[in-house]
Design a protein around this ligand. Structure first.
Ligand code: OGA
Ligand code: NI
Length: 341
């Protein structure tokens, strides 16, 4: 429990040695160019006459960057403010209030851990704590969520419902854009919803450590609230670019599963998180995931003689195990399923 960075780092003046990455893995220079061309999609325009153009923007961004931001998304500013406050409040609670949730057992229904699930065997740790629990359907899982702060369950329950609606809306636009049948992503493919809240405390030396190393999200899509503190970077054309924080926007991130289902028409972006020397950053991320036994493969409608499948079929759970064992390394995770084109 005392392992949580949020529990011991408050007055720490220098970065402990077991957080200093080997030279080749350090972020080095902290100021990276902002990714000015990362599209901001206005979901208020997802109806006619602008629907086709909005879909086009989403597909182009998902191909070129694997990322885009959305505004006018239907989640109220008020709910966003309340949710952000409750997550910060959670991580700022005294260590004894968080102790009962500490676990690296991924099969438990609510866990709080630090760095990675591999904490006990890794040499260098990441500067982050993570709280994660499933949230759909909430009646099934709410009993496992944190009891403190007292309004956590109520606020996070409302937030999860709204984020789910938003996620399904985006998946509908993507399926329409890809030419898949209506509701393609609606069933087993998007059945699971995992809330993963990252907390990166203020860090004494962000040039030597990372909040999250380079990875692609293992999900279908990820829906992230970056808030107003920057830290998220995307790897594009050989360089790291900053994803500009737009306080009430959600960052949408194409995951490995959508890359496979779209047969490479959309791609998962490599991204990482750097820490901040002045303030803590708390980012709730919702992963929309297939159910564990769901078979993932390129959609039939997207495969033909001139577009042969790029990936072989796998069960989501098997992929996920690989991903976790590879510590999220993007190449290692997807490689076993790649076919020669
Ligand atoms: C993630 C992730 C980004 C962030 O949780 O997979 O990339 O800004 N998070 O916390
Ligand atoms: Ni990620």
């Amino acid at each position: 429990m005392e392992k949580l960075v949020s529990s011991w780092s408050i007055n720490v003046q220098s970065l402990p040695e077991n957080y200093v990455l080997p030279p080749g893995q350090r972020p080095g220079k902290l100021i990276v160019p902002p990714c000015k061309s990362l599209p901001v999609v206005d979901l208020g325009k997802a109806t006619s006459p602008d629907r086709a153009e909005t879909i086009q923007k989403i597909l182009e961004a998902s191909w070129e960057f694997g990322f885009f931001q959305v505004i006018n998304h239907g989640v109220s500013d008020n709910l966003i403010n309340e949710s952000r406050s409750i997550f910060s409040e959670f991580f700022n609670m005294p260590a004894e209030d968080k102790a009962s949730l500490y676990s690296t057992d991924i099969d438990k229904s609510c866990i709080l851990y630090t760095s990675n699930l591999n904490y006990d065997i890794e040499e260098v740790h990441l500067w982050r704590d993570n709280l994660r629990h499933p949230c759909h359907p909430s009646e099934e899982y709410v009993q496992f969520w944190p009891e403190k702060p007292t309004k956590y369950r109520e606020i996070v329950g409302a937030f999860s419902v709204e984020v789910r609606k938003l996620s399904l809306k985006i998946l509908d636009l993507i399926s329409e854009g890809l030419g898949l049948e209506q509701g393609y992503f609606g069933g087993e493919l998007s059945k699971r919803q995992l809330l993963s809240v990252n907390h990166y405390p203020r860090c004494p030396d962000p040039s030597l450590t990372l909040g999250l190393p380079k990875h692609i999200d293992p999900c279908l899509i990820a829906v992230l609230l970056q808030g107003d503190v920057d830290g998220l970077q995307v790897y594009k054309d050989g360089q790291w670019l900053g994803v500009e924080p737009l306080p009430y926007a959600f960052v949408i991130n194409i995951g490995h599963q959508l890359q496979v289902i779209s047969n490479g028409k959309l791609r998962g972006a490599e991204h990482r998180v750097v820490t901040n020397p002045r303030e803590a950053r708390t980012t709730p991320t919702t992963f929309i995931n297939p159910s564990p036994d769901c078979v993932i493969q390129p959609a039939e409608a997207l495969v033909n003689a001139s577009n042969p499948p790029l990936y072989k079929a796998f069960k989501f759970i098997d992929f996920f195990k690989n991903f976790t064992a590879a510590n999220g390394d993007p190449e290692t995770a997807l490689n076993p399923y790649k076919l020669q084109a």
